[in-house]
Design a protein. Structure first.
Length: 166
């Protein structure tokens, strides 16, 4: 996903592109402010139980109709573990405990909007399973019936699980 900045957030002047700190960046010719694009960070949960993996079916684009781990964007002031618990609750109705960090992915070109995805392994502690928010289904899958999976983090973690590496 490309990021665009047209006007200076400080003085409102139209930005130009100039070499700054090792890259071409939007710069204000009036006040010399440089725009740096922050990464978009998402979190995801790998939830395993009885040799099955919990996945949600995406109800929205991108990748609508494909399956993925419960995931979503972190707010700017949110702890990653809290964001993961919130996203899982919103999408599945389930409460979780974060067990361990599994991986951090750079996802610049996997079809999603996030640049970084933090993936935790988690266990269910409560709640009632039901699809909600941007998930239109939530289900458990055994190794013999894994559906088509969207996004690099979910694809990679599912492959590791299928290979008994988790």
């Amino acid at each position: 996903m490309s990021r665009i900045a047209n006007y200076c957030p400080v003085c409102g002047e139209k930005l130009v592109t100039r070499q700054r700190t090792g890259a071409m960046r939007p710069v204000c010719p009036g006040c010399d402010f440089t725009v740096y694009f922050d990464p978009k960070v998402a979190v995801a949960a790998c939830i395993l139980q009885n040799d099955r993996i919990l996945l949600i079916r995406r109800g929205n684009e991108p990748m609508r109709g494909l399956w993925a781990m419960p995931a979503g964007f972190m707010d700017y002031d949110e702890d990653p573990k809290a964001a993961t618990r919130r996203e899982v609750l919103e999408e599945t109705g389930l409460q979780i405990r974060i067990d361990q960090l599994l991986d951090v992915f750079h996802t610049n070109s996997d079809g999603g909007i996030a640049n970084l995805v933090i993936v935790y392994q988690a266990s269910i502690t409560g709640g009632v399973m039901q699809a909600d928010d941007d998930a239109d289904a939530v289900a458990w899958f055994g190794k013999e019936n894994v559906p088509q999976v969207a996004f690099l983090p979910s694809q990679t973690i599912v492959k590791r699980w299928l290979a008994d590496e988790l």
